[in-house]
Design a protein around this ligand. Structure first.
Ligand code: DGJ
Length: 580
C-alpha cells in the first residue's frame, strides 16, 4: 500500500477527530431533556437537582448522589481581601462545599447595575481548588433585618418600608407587603441566576439559599400596617388552611377564627413565604438550581407562646405554610445552634419529613456537636455545614475555648477527614436506604441499629483499642456509621465508640434481659433454647481511594475480641459476619 503523505495523514486525523467529536456530542445530546435545545456542554455537567426515591432524598451532582461536607464562611468574608483567609480553612477541613454570601449591597450598587466581579472571583477560586459553592443570597432579609439592601434602598425607607408593630412604629425588619422591595429583589436575584446560568456550565454552584433567616425579631409577631391588618382580618387562604391540616372551616373564616392563638405567627409566615417564593421562582425561571431557605429556630421541645423567636421564618411549626406559599423553594432547613442534645436531635427529626430533605446549612462546629453530623447522616441528610469556619474571625477566643489556630476547625475536620474519601459511597448508600448512623447521647447508653438479619450494637466509653486512650470518659463525643454492603458484609466506621454485631433480635432481647453491652461477653445469645454465636469472618481495615476500598490489613485478636473499637483517627472497616 502506498505510504500516506504527511498532508494526507493530517487530513485523516482531522476527519477522525471531527467524527469522534460529533459522535460524543450526539451521545451527550441524547442525554438532554427531549424538549431542550441545550448545547452539549450543558449536559456534560447536568444541573444539580434534588431527587426523591422511596421517601429518601439525594442531591444529584454530575449524575450521582452527593454529600455536602460543607462549611459556611463568616458573614463578611466574601471580599477579594478576605477570600485568602477562607480557602485554607476549607482545605484544612476537607470540606467539599463552601457556603458563602452574595451581598445585595455589593451586587447592585446602583439601581439596575449589577456587579458580577465578586461572583466571578468566587467561581474562579473555587474551581482552582475543586470546591463546590452554595451561594447565600443576602437580599431583603438577613437575620430578620434588611441590612444588606443597597444604600440607595436604605436611603428611601418610604418606598422600601419596614414592618410596623402594634404601636404603629417601624421596626428593624422589612415588610413582606412591600411590593417595591419585592420587585427589586426579584430583578437582582434573577440577574444573579442568569449570570450563573451563563458562566457556570461546570456547576461549581450546587444550590442557592434565598435570603437568610427570614422573619421578624423584636417582639412583633407580624406586620400591623393597614394593608397587613386588612388581610389578617380577611379570609384565611384555602391553601394555608389545607396545608395546616384543617379539614373544614366555614367559608371566608378569618385567620383568627381558623387558627386561634397561632393566627398571627401563621399569617406572618405566609406573608414572608409568599414574598420569598416569588423571588425564588423568578430566579429559578432563569436557572433552575435547587433552592432552600434557612430558619432561626425555636426550641422544638418547648412551644413558645407568646412568641419569643424570630416570627415568620421557616420554623418547624410553619413548614407546611412555607411549602404551600413558596413552592419554588425545595428545602426548609434548620440553622441549629441549640445546645441541648434532645433539642438538637428533635430539630433534625422535625426537618426530616417526607416532603422535606434534611439539610443543615448552619450549626456550631464544636467538639460536642461534631457528633451530630452523624445523627444528621442517620436521617439521610444531603449536607451539613457548620458556621463561621474561616480564618477571618476577629473575635478573641471565648473563655474555655481553645485558642490555637485550628482548634475551632478541628471537630469538623475530624468528621470530614473520615468521610471525604468515601463521600460518594456514603451518599449513595444513604440514598438507597442501606446506611444508618448515630451519635452518643448524654448518658452514653448503647444503641441498636437494625439491618435485616443483623443488628449493630454501638457502645460508648469502653474498650478503646488497648493503649490508645486510657482516660476514663467525660463528654459524649462518640459517633458511629454502619452501612450494609451485602447480606453479611458491612462498612463500619465511627469515632470514640465500639461497634459490634448480633443476629437480628438478639440484641433487643439481651437489652431487655439487662445485659450491659460492651463487656465482651454477649455476642452469643440463646434464641428459642438454641445458642447462636456471632463470629467475625474477616475484618478488613483500609481506606477509600478513587471510589474503591483499598485493603490495608486484617484486624483480629485484641482489635476485634471486644467488638470493633474506634478512636478519633479516620478508620474505615469492611466487616464480614457469620453465625455458628
Ligand atoms: C445565623 C445567621 O444565619 C448567620 O448569618 C450568622 O449571623 C449567625 N447566626 C451568627 O453568627
Amino acid at each position: 500500500m502506498r505510504q500516506a503523505t504527511t498532508k494526507q495523514m493530517l487530513i485523516r486525523m482531522k476527519t477522525f477527530i471531527t467524527t469522534a467529536l460529533a459522535a460524543s456530542i450526539t451521545a451527550l445530546a441524547a442525554q438532554a431533556p427531549s424538549n431542550s435545545s441545550t448545547p452539549a456542554r450543558m449536559t456534560a455537567h447536568p444541573i444539580p437537582r434534588l431527587v426523591q426515591q422511596n421517601g429518601r432524598y439525594a442531591l444529584m451532582v454530575d449524575g450521582a448522589p452527593y454529600l455536602m461536607l460543607g462549611a459556611q464562611s463568616g458573614n463578611s468574608s466574601d471580599w477579594p481581601t478576605t477570600l485568602p483567609k477562607v480557602w485554607p480553612a476549607i482545605e484544612y477541613l476537607h470540606a467539599n462545599t463552601l457556603e458563602i454570601p452574595i451581598y445585595w449591597e455589593q451586587f447592585e450598587p446602583k439601581p439596575g447595575q449589577f456587579d458580577y466581579s465578586q461572583v466571578d472571583l468566587l467561581l474562579t477560586q473555587a474551581r482552582e481548588r475543586q470546591v463546590h459553592l452554595v451561594l447565600l443570597w443576602f437580599g431583603t432579609w438577613k437575620n430578620g433585618s434588611q441590612h444588606y439592601m443597597p444604600e440607595w434602598m436604605k436611603l428611601d425607607s418610604k418606598r422600601y418600608f419596614h414592618v410596623i408593630n402594634k404601636e404603629g412604629e417601624y421596626v428593624d425588619s422589612p415588610s413582606p407587603f412591600c411590593t417595591a422591595s419585592l420587585e427589586r429583589d426579584k430583578k437582582a436575584f434573577t440577574a444573579l441566576m442568569n449570570h450563573l446560568k451563563d458562566v457556570d456550565s461546570e456547576r461549581t454552584v450546587l444550590m442557592v439559599q434565598v435570603e437568610n433567616e427570614t422573619g421578624t425579631w423584636g417582639g412583633t409577631i407580624r406586620d400591623y400596617s393597614p394593608e397587613a391588618n386588612k388581610l389578617f382580618h380577611g379570609p384565611a387562604p384555602p391553601e394555608v388552611v389545607k396545608a395546616m391540616g384543617k379539614k373544614w372551616v366555614p367559608p371566608g373564616a378569618s385567620w383568627e377564627a381558623v387558627f386561634g392563638p397561632e393566627a398571627e405567627v401563621y399569617f406572618h409566615a405566609w406573608a414572608i413565604a409568599k414574598y420569598v417564593g416569588q423571588v425564588a421562582a423568578a430566579g429559578r425561571a432563569a436557572y433552575p438550581l435547587p433552592m432552600y431557605v434557612n430558619a432561626a429556630l425555636h426550641d422544638p421541645l418547648t412551644p413558645e407562646v407568646p412568641v419569643s423567636y424570630e416570627s415568620g421564618g421557616p420554623t418547624d411549626n410553619v413548614i407546611p405554610i412555607w411549602k404551600a406559599a413558596a413552592p419554588a423553594i425545595e428545602i426548609e432547613a434548620p440553622d441549629i445552634y441549640l445546645r441541648g442534645t434532645k433539642q438538637y436531635l428533635r430539630t433534625l427529626e422535625v426537618y426530616h419529613r417526607p416532603d422535606n430533605a434534611l439539610f443543615v446549612p448552619e450549626t456550631m462546629g464544636s467538639p460536642l456537636s461534631a457528633r451530630f453530623f452523624f445523627s444528621a447522616l442517620g436521617l439521610q441528610a444531603i449536607g451539613y455545614s457548620p458556621f463561621g469556619l474561616d480564618y477571618t474571625r476577629n473575635r478573641p477566643a471565648m473563655p474555655g475555648e481553645p485558642n490555637s489556630k485550628n482548634a475551632f476547625l478541628e471537630p469538623t475536620a475530624q468528621d470530614y477527614r473520615l468521610i471525604a474519601p468515601m463521600m460518594r459511597q456514603i451518599a449513595k448508600l444513604n440514598f438507597e436506604g442501606k446506611l444508618q448512623a448515630t451519635a452518643e447521647l448524654d448518658d452514653g447508653s448503647a444503641q441498636i441499629l437494625h439491618f435485616g438479619e443483623w443488628d449493630a450494637v454501638v457502645t460508648y466509653g469502653r474498650h478503646r483499642r488497648p493503649m490508645e486512650n486510657t482516660n476514663e470518659r467525660r463528654e459524649p463525643l462518640g459517633r458511629a456509621l454502619v452501612a450494609q454492603l451485602g447480606g453479611n458484609k458491612f462498612l463500619v466506621t465511627g469515632m470514640d465508640c465500639t461497634v459490634d454485631f448480633r443476629p437480628a433480635g438478639t440484641a433487643e432481647q439481651q437489652k431487655a434481659g439487662g445485659i450491659v453491652f460492651g463487656t465482651g461477653q454477649e455476642p452469643s445469645a440463646k434464641i428459642d433454647g438454641k445458642w447462636i454465636h456471632r463470629q467475625f469472618l474477616r475484618v478488613e481495615e483500609g481506606q477509600y481511594v478513587n471510589g474503591g476500598f483499598q485493603f490495608e490489613r486484617i484486624l483480629n485478636g485484641d482489635q476485634t475480641d471486644y467488638g470493633l473499637p474506634f478512636t478519633f483517627a479516620p478508620e474505615v472497616l469492611h466487616v464480614s459476619l457469620a453465625t455458628y
